[in-house]
Write a protein that binds this ligand. Structure first.
Ligand code: COA
Length: 447
């Protein structure tokens, strides 16, 4: 059992190399007003994989860059966990493919690393971090670090409402003792229930009840917040510099933000200060029935949303976490980890001294489970964030026309046979290289 700080030592991101511009390309083709995307959903573009990219190449490319940058060799890694909801095999985990890719470019191998695959919709990335944390804290790691890769191709069936919120990319994270980026709290809160909002029963593209998933997200997140407070103590909004939340699309987090703020300001100085303008929060005991209470709560929330106090908090704490998501869409298991990077990158750009600041991190997976924990920014954070090249990756994406987007969607559809050519040229990265004799996927490193 070790008592040293455990957390995220380093992060790398690999974005799908194609871009679908939502207001300029997708909206007109779908007959939609661009405002639905930019204002309503809060999205400007989706990152999509080129024809030679998939969850393995994106994950391996992110992990490769991370290991190179941190000067790691396979012997330093005792665990590789992949979180995904886009897996293509019910038995062989994606982590074995990623290890195989990395063994093409590093000396040594991962034969003594424990590998697995985590599934619980979008919360699985955070659960994999948890597994790594527990493994290290239990002292079973033999001084080695864990590699966690959250990788997804979030494609929906054509004409499904979810098509507006697609995305593809991978986040690789190194979990280690004495981390350079953030330390993880031991305290956690869970909100978990058997729900049917998003699922893929033996099918590639999800069956999703988008409106229901939004309601379940909010309910489970609230439950997790209450559970966190039972072990971590009451949360006050000013205790946290950033609130990275799972971001299926920024509009979802905008809805969650005001509900979270209402919850964490109840019985605080902030509720008292706002009372002159919008009254105190309704309490259930003051109402004869649930309906009247819910109506009053809704009215209070609408008024709260318009206060300067709330807007300032939202602009400082939540909005910076959404910058990347606006440009890449939903990366499922990677989404909350993209939100963390996005927020920290905004602080770096603003020249803020963030070491010692705390983050309130909210993860969510349909089906459904929310998890809340706290992270403390470490001294090495700025160097880690400055080392990312995600801005360059996003700016270099190939901008698809609508017919090209249709071809790319078909190329990644397991049920379609297509001969679509790639749109970009691979450069210093792993690529999909065809099929093996047992139907396994083959990968190759292109210099
Ligand atoms: N200007 C500004 N806003 C506009 C607009 C315009 N011209 N047109 C629409 N909007 C707003 C709508 O009012 C709505 O906002 P609201 O929810 O605050 O009312 C938003 O844009 C989206 O429009 P809507 O008509 O509801 O879109 P939709 O029915 O096509 O579906 C989702 C939206 C999010 C439900 C759908 O994209 C989806 O299912 N996504 C997948 C969700 C998911 O993955 N869930 C699982 C993980 S949590």
């Amino acid at each position: 059992m070790t008592d040293t700080a455990v957390g995220i030592d380093a992060i790398e991101i690999h974005a799908g190399k194609l871009k679908l511009d939502l207001p300029e390309t997708f909206a007109p083709a779908m007959g939609d007003d661009p405002g639905k995307y930019t204002e309503g959903l809060g999205l400007y573009a989706s990152s999509l994989p080129d024809t030679y990219e998939d969850i393995v190449t994106m994950g391996a490319n992110a992990a490769h860059r991370l290991m190179e940058r941190k000067g790691l060799e396979p012997a330093h890694v005792g665990r590789i966990d992949v979180a995904t909801e886009s897996a293509f095999d019910h038995s062989k985990p994606v982590s074995t493919y990623i290890a195989g890719c990395l063994e093409q470019v590093f000396d040594g191998d991962f034969h003594h690393a424990n590998k697995g695959e985590r599934k619980f919709a979008c919360v699985a990335g955070t659960q994999s971090i948890d597994d790594a944390y527990n493994w290290i804290r239990a002292g079973r790691h033999r001084g080695r670090a864990a590699l966690v890769v959250a990788t997804d191709t979030a494609l929906y069936a054509r004409d499904d409402p979810g098509e507006a919120t697609q995305g593809a990319g991978a986040v690789a994270m190194l979990i280690d003792e004495d981390p350079d980026l953030v330390e993880l709290s031991t305290e956690q809160g869970y909100g978990s229930a058997d729900e049917t909002d998003f699922l893929k029963p033996q099918q590639q593209f999800p069956s999703v009840d988008g409106k229901r998933s939004m309601a379940v997200y909010l309910a489970r997140m609230r439950e997790a917040l209450v559970d966190y407070e039972s072990v971590g103590g009451n949360i006050h909004p000013e205790d946290f510099r950033l609130g990275p939340f799972h971001t299926p699309f920024p509009g979802m987090v905008r809805k969650a933000g005001v509900l979270a703020y209402r919850h964490i300001t109840r019985d605080t100085d902030i509720e008292a200060e706002l009372a002159d303008g919008i009254g105190r929060q309704p309490r259930p005991e003051a109402f004869d029935d649930d309906g009247a209470y819910m109506d009053a709560l809704g009215e209070y929330t609408d008024a709260l949303k318009e206060t300067d106090r709330y807007r300032e908090w939202y602009d400082d704490t939540i909005d910076p976490t959404l910058d990347l998501s606006r440009e890449v869409g939903n990366w499922y298991t990677g989404s909350v980890h993209v939100a963390r990077v996005s927020g920290l990158a905004a602080l770096a750009e603003a020249g803020e001294a963030a070491a010692g600041e705390r983050l309130l991190v909210g993860s969510y997976g349909s089906g459904a489970q929310a998890e809340i924990h706290v992270e403390t920014v470490q001294d090495g954070w700025l160097e880690e964030i400055d080392a990312l090249n995600v801005g360059y990756q996003l700016a270099s994406r190939y901008d698809l026309s609508f017919p090209e987007y249709e071809d790319v969607h078909d190329a990644h559809n397991f049920d379609e046979e297509t001969g679509v050519e790639e749109f970009t040229a691979p450069d210093g990265e792993f690529v999909f290289d065809g099929w093996g004799r047992m139907g396994e996927r083959k990968y190759r490193y292109v210099e």
